[in-house]
Design a binder for this molecule. Structure first.
Ligand SMILES: [Zn+2]
Length: 156
Protein backbone atom coordinates (compact mmCIF):
# COMPACT_ATOMS: atom_id res chain seq x y z
CA UNK A 1 0.00 0.00 0.00
CA UNK A 2 1.46 3.38 -1.00
CA UNK A 3 -0.09 6.61 0.20
CA UNK A 4 0.67 10.26 -0.30
CA UNK A 5 -0.06 13.71 1.03
CA UNK A 6 0.35 16.02 -1.96
CA UNK A 7 0.09 19.16 0.11
CA UNK A 8 3.22 18.46 2.14
CA UNK A 9 5.01 16.17 -0.30
CA UNK A 10 5.26 13.12 1.94
CA UNK A 11 4.64 9.53 0.96
CA UNK A 12 4.40 6.35 2.92
CA UNK A 13 4.59 2.70 2.08
CA UNK A 14 3.56 -0.28 4.17
CA UNK A 15 3.99 -3.92 3.21
CA UNK A 16 0.77 -5.92 2.91
CA UNK A 17 2.29 -8.70 4.95
CA UNK A 18 2.91 -6.30 7.84
CA UNK A 19 -0.60 -4.81 7.59
CA UNK A 20 -2.20 -8.27 7.55
CA UNK A 21 -0.16 -9.17 10.60
CA UNK A 22 -1.32 -6.03 12.46
CA UNK A 23 -4.95 -6.74 11.61
CA UNK A 24 -4.63 -10.30 12.82
CA UNK A 25 -2.92 -9.27 16.09
CA UNK A 26 -5.49 -6.53 16.58
CA UNK A 27 -8.46 -8.82 16.00
CA UNK A 28 -7.14 -11.33 18.52
CA UNK A 29 -7.80 -8.71 21.22
CA UNK A 30 -11.41 -8.06 20.23
CA UNK A 31 -13.46 -6.33 21.66
CA UNK A 32 -10.54 -4.38 23.11
CA UNK A 33 -8.23 -2.06 21.25
CA UNK A 34 -4.69 -3.22 20.66
CA UNK A 35 -1.59 -1.69 19.11
CA UNK A 36 2.14 -1.23 19.08
CA UNK A 37 5.15 0.60 17.69
CA UNK A 38 5.94 1.10 14.02
CA UNK A 39 9.44 0.60 12.66
CA UNK A 40 10.72 1.77 9.31
CA UNK A 41 13.22 3.77 7.34
CA UNK A 42 13.19 6.97 5.27
CA UNK A 43 14.41 7.41 1.71
CA UNK A 44 14.30 10.18 -0.89
CA UNK A 45 15.46 13.14 1.22
CA UNK A 46 13.36 11.90 4.14
CA UNK A 47 10.19 12.39 2.09
CA UNK A 48 9.34 8.73 1.69
CA UNK A 49 8.75 6.44 4.63
CA UNK A 50 8.80 2.68 4.32
CA UNK A 51 7.14 1.00 7.30
CA UNK A 52 8.45 -2.53 7.62
CA UNK A 53 8.01 -3.88 11.14
CA UNK A 54 6.18 -3.60 14.41
CA UNK A 55 7.21 -4.04 18.02
CA UNK A 56 4.41 -5.13 20.31
CA UNK A 57 4.32 -3.65 23.80
CA UNK A 58 5.13 -5.95 26.68
CA UNK A 59 2.79 -4.02 28.95
CA UNK A 60 -0.41 -2.22 28.04
CA UNK A 61 -3.84 -1.18 29.28
CA UNK A 62 -6.75 -1.58 26.93
CA UNK A 63 -10.52 -1.33 26.77
CA UNK A 64 -12.92 -1.25 23.84
CA UNK A 65 -12.35 2.49 23.41
CA UNK A 66 -8.81 3.07 24.73
CA UNK A 67 -5.29 1.77 24.44
CA UNK A 68 -2.25 2.76 26.46
CA UNK A 69 1.08 1.10 25.85
CA UNK A 70 4.25 1.10 27.91
CA UNK A 71 7.64 1.62 26.26
CA UNK A 72 9.27 -0.66 28.83
CA UNK A 73 11.66 -3.13 27.27
CA UNK A 74 11.46 -1.85 23.70
CA UNK A 75 14.80 0.00 23.72
CA UNK A 76 16.74 -3.20 23.26
CA UNK A 77 14.70 -4.25 20.24
CA UNK A 78 14.95 -0.75 18.78
CA UNK A 79 18.72 -0.87 19.06
CA UNK A 80 18.77 -4.06 17.02
CA UNK A 81 16.81 -2.36 14.22
CA UNK A 82 19.03 0.69 14.44
CA UNK A 83 22.14 -1.41 13.89
CA UNK A 84 20.68 -3.18 10.87
CA UNK A 85 21.09 -2.41 7.20
CA UNK A 86 19.08 -0.42 6.27
CA UNK A 87 19.08 1.37 9.56
CA UNK A 88 15.56 1.37 10.96
CA UNK A 89 13.87 3.61 13.48
CA UNK A 90 10.81 4.00 15.62
CA UNK A 91 8.58 6.03 13.29
CA UNK A 92 5.22 6.00 15.03
CA UNK A 93 2.48 3.86 16.47
CA UNK A 94 -0.59 1.88 15.50
CA UNK A 95 -3.74 0.79 17.28
CA UNK A 96 -7.12 -0.64 16.43
CA UNK A 97 -10.64 0.76 16.64
CA UNK A 98 -12.85 -2.32 16.97
CA UNK A 99 -16.28 -1.85 15.36
CA UNK A 100 -15.35 1.70 14.50
CA UNK A 101 -13.79 4.02 11.91
CA UNK A 102 -10.08 4.77 11.69
CA UNK A 103 -10.60 8.35 12.88
CA UNK A 104 -8.36 9.64 15.70
CA UNK A 105 -10.13 10.34 18.99
CA UNK A 106 -9.20 13.28 21.19
CA UNK A 107 -7.20 10.84 23.33
CA UNK A 108 -5.31 9.71 20.23
CA UNK A 109 -4.36 13.29 19.43
CA UNK A 110 -3.15 14.01 22.94
CA UNK A 111 -1.16 10.76 22.83
CA UNK A 112 0.68 12.11 19.79
CA UNK A 113 1.72 15.11 21.82
CA UNK A 114 3.14 12.77 24.43
CA UNK A 115 5.25 11.09 21.73
CA UNK A 116 6.55 14.39 20.38
CA UNK A 117 7.41 15.70 23.82
CA UNK A 118 9.07 12.48 24.98
CA UNK A 119 12.72 13.24 25.68
CA UNK A 120 14.01 9.75 24.96
CA UNK A 121 12.13 8.79 21.84
CA UNK A 122 11.46 12.19 20.36
CA UNK A 123 10.42 12.08 16.71
CA UNK A 124 9.43 15.18 14.80
CA UNK A 125 6.83 13.67 12.46
CA UNK A 126 5.35 10.58 14.09
CA UNK A 127 3.03 8.41 12.06
CA UNK A 128 -0.25 7.27 13.51
CA UNK A 129 -1.92 4.25 11.97
CA UNK A 130 -5.44 3.47 13.08
CA UNK A 131 -7.02 0.24 11.95
CA UNK A 132 -10.79 0.36 12.03
CA UNK A 133 -12.43 -3.00 11.65
CA UNK A 134 -15.69 -4.90 11.93
CA UNK A 135 -16.79 -8.42 11.02
CA UNK A 136 -16.97 -7.55 7.38
CA UNK A 137 -14.39 -4.87 6.71
CA UNK A 138 -11.02 -3.41 7.60
CA UNK A 139 -9.99 0.18 6.93
CA UNK A 140 -6.63 1.82 7.46
CA UNK A 141 -6.15 5.42 8.50
CA UNK A 142 -2.56 6.63 8.13
CA UNK A 143 -1.78 10.03 9.65
CA UNK A 144 1.32 12.09 10.19
CA UNK A 145 1.94 14.93 12.61
CA UNK A 146 3.45 17.72 10.54
CA UNK A 147 3.91 21.36 11.54
CA UNK A 148 1.58 21.04 14.51
CA UNK A 149 -1.24 19.45 12.54
CA UNK A 150 -2.42 15.96 11.86
CA UNK A 151 -2.57 15.13 8.13
CA UNK A 152 -4.19 12.03 6.67
CA UNK A 153 -2.47 10.07 3.94
CA UNK A 154 -4.63 9.41 0.91
CA UNK A 155 -4.44 6.38 -1.30
CA UNK A 156 -3.51 7.06 -4.94
ZN1 LIG B 1 -7.81 5.56 18.85
Amino acid sequence: MILRIEKIGLSIEADDELLNNLVEKGKSHYPNEFGGFLIGHYTGDNKHLHITDTILPKKFKASNYSFERSTKGIEKILRKYYKGNPQKFYVGEWHTHPDNNPIPSLTDISAINTIINNQESSIANPVLLIIGYSNTKVSFGFYVWFEKKLFRYEQH
